[in-house]
Ligand binder design. Sequence first.
Ligand code: NI
Length: 175
Amino acid sequence: MIINILRIGDPRLLERSREVAPADRPALATLLADMRDTMIAHDGAGLAAPQIGVPLRVVIFGVEHNPRYPDAEPVPYTELVNPVLTPLTDDEEDGWEGCLSVPGLRGVVPRYTRLRYEGLDPAGKRIVRDVEGFHARVVQHECDHLDGILYPQRIRDMRKFGFTEVLFPEGAERE
Ligand code: NI
């Protein structure tokens, strides 16, 4: 089911979400199906549970060809419960980001270029992946939502923040 996405200004987006506990497991399949339906309906690259008003540490992401991110390298569709991120470098890279909770806008955000993410899949099996580039960026963006952080809080140069259609009148949505 497609769920209404909370938008920036809603205090629920600023809260820390809690770990998924065994008692939450029965509700997980429905939550993930709703998140997937909602992300696909909006051509998102990812979605975090708090964006649909559920304060649990659950994110999904994945990019095949996405019209919102036409130049993005593919990222396998992933459902991640209780994720933990560990940067594998101090190197950061600037890149354009958008967010379904900040509609119509884009900003340049620094992110670690390489990181390890760990967590559980919906069946409770451990996921450990070392990733880089856009994949690493998407994971950092989505996991920030679990700590109540929206990407505008990460922008260092506010001159690189604006409406997508003004920034990219030709339709290209990234650098
Ligand atoms: Ni977002």
